[in-house]
Design a protein around this ligand. Structure first.
Ligand code: NAD
Length: 366
């Protein structure tokens, strides 16, 4: 399947449209603008899987009561260098930054801080939170899971046992420069990438999915069941799983995300799934570590990290490769390009957002 990004929309127009949708769906204007900003931010960095493609699902989640508008986090317990925070199923774009800012403030005071966030609505692109800490000069590490969010088979298995469990490590750079930013799902692909592929977008790698009989596949129907154009997608309808990346190594990191973000936060692991559960809601757990680099070994951390990144980039190139990139470079380049030229969306994705908007009495921009 070829890439089919056929609808290009300016960032400002998309921001206004998506914010209006959430406002009509029941969030405050401030929250609506924040959700739109973060979803579009994912599109800008090239991660369409976590961008506005999620609008119909987020609105449905709100209408179903699976996520709560205008929520304030609860600090369950805290000390000078840690806190357990409950998001009470607020939008991840609201309770996420509240939890991250709490961790940033403590790390600036004490030199480090660990935040165990539980019961957050879908917290989106984790790189957002690493970037937020890096803007404040902090190093951060984030391990994420989804309570009852089974999608991924462990190495050697075919049954769903993990969620796609992203990991993010962010390193601040000099003033205004984008951070070094590692941010990926521990599955071969994030679920959103299966969603994008099922809507005619970028095809999946050949080894992305596995059927219940162990057959390796790149067909989104393995995860969603039979596909109707533009129709709702539910992973509950498909028989198969996404595969963990990197054999036993990726599978092992996904496993530890469940322990850190699910067990240690108290938010719960991806399974076993409650058999009485009727809907699939996303409750993210996020275990985050914030570090002030000034309190650690190097007196010139940012400059030395930059120097090392340049050294890595100066490697001789493998055949057919134009450039060695360091983590975060693809995202900052995509952001510059899309801010200038607009966000490309697959037609099915755009149509599904417009249908959601119409249902709320919001007209689509021309
Ligand atoms: P991906 O496979 O595109 O990997 C992205 C990472 O790899 C980035 O750090 C990027 O800078 C780096 N990278 C990419 N190409 C590179 C290259 N050529 N050289 C060097 N580095 C390179 O990401 P993904 O696994 O598809 O994840 C997409 C997004 O989904 C992430 O932002 C993640 O946080 C998010 N996600 C969220 C959840 C959730 O529950 N909230 C779950 C899964 C994934």
């Amino acid at each position: 399947m070829a890439d089919l990004p056929t609808h290009i929309i300016a960032v400002d127009t998309l921001q206004r449209f998506v914010a209006e949708i959430f406002g009509k769906a029941g969030t405050s204007g401030e929250e609506a603008a924040r959700i739109a900003h973060h979803l579009i931010g994912a599109n800008l960095t090239g991660h369409d899987s976590h961008g506005v493609i999620r609008v119909p699902r987020y609105v449905q989640n709100l209408q179903d009561g699976d996520v709560v508008a205008n929520q304030q986090v609860e600090i369950v317990t805290e000390g000078p260098t840690h806190a357990v925070i409950d998001g009470h199923m607020g939008f991840g774009q609201t309770v996420g930054p509240q939890a991250v800012d709490f961790g940033i403030a403590k790390a600036k005071q004490a030199g480090m801080c660990i935040i165990a966030l539980r019961n957050s609505g879908h917290i989106g692109r984790i790189g957002d939170w690493g970037e937020r800490a890096a803007e404040q000069g902090l190093v951060s590490l984030h391990f994420v899971n989804v309570y009852q969010g089974q999608l991924v088979a462990p190495f050697g298995g075919v049954d769903r046992r993990f969620s796609t469990n992203p990991v993010c490590i962010a390193i601040p750079m000099e003033d205004g420069a984008p951070p070094l930013l590692l941010d990926f799902a521990t599955s071969v692909v994030a679920e959103g990438k299966v969603l994008v592929a099922s809507n005619g977008g970028k095809a999946l790698p050949a080894d992305a999915l596995i059927g219940p009989d162990g057959t390796i596949s790149d067909d989104p129907a393995t995860l969603y069941g039979p596909l109707t154009p533009g129709g709702p997608r539910s992973a509950g309808n498909g028989p198969g799983s996404i595969r963990a990346f990197g054999d036993h190594k990726g599978s092992g990191i996904a496993f530890m995300c469940e322990i850190l973000a699910g067990v240690l936060t108290g938010g719960g692991t991806s399974g076993p799934v409650d058999p009485d559960r009727t809907r699939r809601r996303i409750a993210n757990g996020m275990f985050s570590i914030y570090l002030d680099p000034h309190r650690f070994g190097s007196s010139n951390f940012v400059a030395e990290a930059r120097e090392y990144a340049n050294y890595v980039k100066a490697s001789r190139l493998a055949h057919g490769v134009d450039e060695v990139l360091v983590p975060g470079e693809p995202e900052s380049r995509a952001r510059a390009e899309r801010l200038a030229n607009g966000v490309p969306l697959q037609v099915d994705t755009w149509n599904s957002i417009v249908a959601t908007a119409r249902g709320l009495g919001v007209s689509a921009p021309n």
